[in-house]
Design a protein around this ligand. Structure first.
Ligand SMILES: [Zn+2]
Length: 273
């Protein structure tokens, strides 16, 4: 296991263009243009199509806006191959800086959340990973917007779902295979769609019909086992930055009158690191 997955902090699936630069040796520098595949508060999983990346401190430049930002990061290791190439984990060294331009929740806010969304301030356009409790998730499900305080604007403003048009996104990683037909099969009783990600089945789009304290009920055609570890994005949208967190299957309540088995799942609390 690598450090990023051990940390279990909230992670957003987002492709952001970046540049990595550093030195192979005293006489050989390197610069690669690449992109993130997902980001967390202090790190990211990035595509790095190069065989001999030194596991060292590098300079990361964010190229998402006209004013380029730079910060130092450590390459923490290989994180596996994806269809677009090898991926590596990086850890940002400056824990004070908001390098990604996204506000992340405090650990206690994340611990009591039943849903997580990437929201954008309607006035200043800043982005925030927002944790929703059961009541807030119910309101958001109906309105897909929320009113809350913006630190930049220093007032209560309307926040809406952040759409991905602002980043140069490739489609491959946004829509899992079979995703659209799974959504179509969803029951009218489902309140939200979740993406259940597991090593056994990959990405599974499931209908969520009830949010409960620290967890939720979902329906799926797939056969999960009790105590299976999964990653969950709830709610899941094809056109937004989805937030994945760790969860576990608590029980299988059997086949439903609609599609698939009904499961109860609970979120796993972030570790202290
Ligand atoms: Zn604002």
């Amino acid at each position: 296991m690598n450090q990023l997955s051990n940390r279990r902090s909230d992670r957003i699936v987002l492709e952001m263009p970046i540049r990595i630069s550093g030195a192979f040796s005293a006489t050989r520098d390197f610069t690669f243009r690449t992109r993130t595949m997902l980001i967390s508060r202090y790190g990211a999983r990035i595509l790095l199509d190069h065989e001999h990346v030194p596991l060292s401190t590098v300079c990361v430049s964010s190229m998402q806006s006209e004013t380029e930002k730079e910060t130092e990061a450590r390459i923490v290791g290989f994180m596996g191959d994806c269809p677009d190439g090898p991926t590596y984990g990086i850890e940002l060294l400056d824990k004070e800086e908001k390098f990604w331009g996204i506000g992340f929740p405090r650990r206690d806010e994340s611990a009591r959340a039943v849903a997580r969304v990437l929201l954008q301030c309607s006035k200043c356009k800043s982005l925030e990973l927002t944790c929703l409790d059961k009541v807030e998730a119910g309101i958001y499900q109906v309105q897909e917007r929320m009113d809350h305080h913006c630190k930049n604007c220093q007032q209560i403003v309307e926040w809406t779902r952040a759409l991905l048009q602002q980043w140069p996104v490739t489609s491959a990683m946004l829509v899992p295979k079979g995703a659209q037909c799974e959504i179509a099969k969803g029951s009218k009783k489902d309140c939200l769609t979740a993406c259940i990600r597991s090593t056994a089945f990959g990405d599974d789009l499931a209908g969520v019909n009830q949010l409960v304290e620290a967890g939720f009920y979902f329906r799926s055609e797939l056969l999960y086992k009790k105590d299976d570890r999964v990653e969950v994005a709830l709610p899941y949208y094809v056109d937004s930055g989805n937030v994945f967190v760790m969860a576990t299957i608590v029980e299988n309540l059997g086949r439903t009158a609609f599609t698939g088995h009904l499961y109860r799942a609970k979120y796993l609390m972030p570790s202290a690191s």
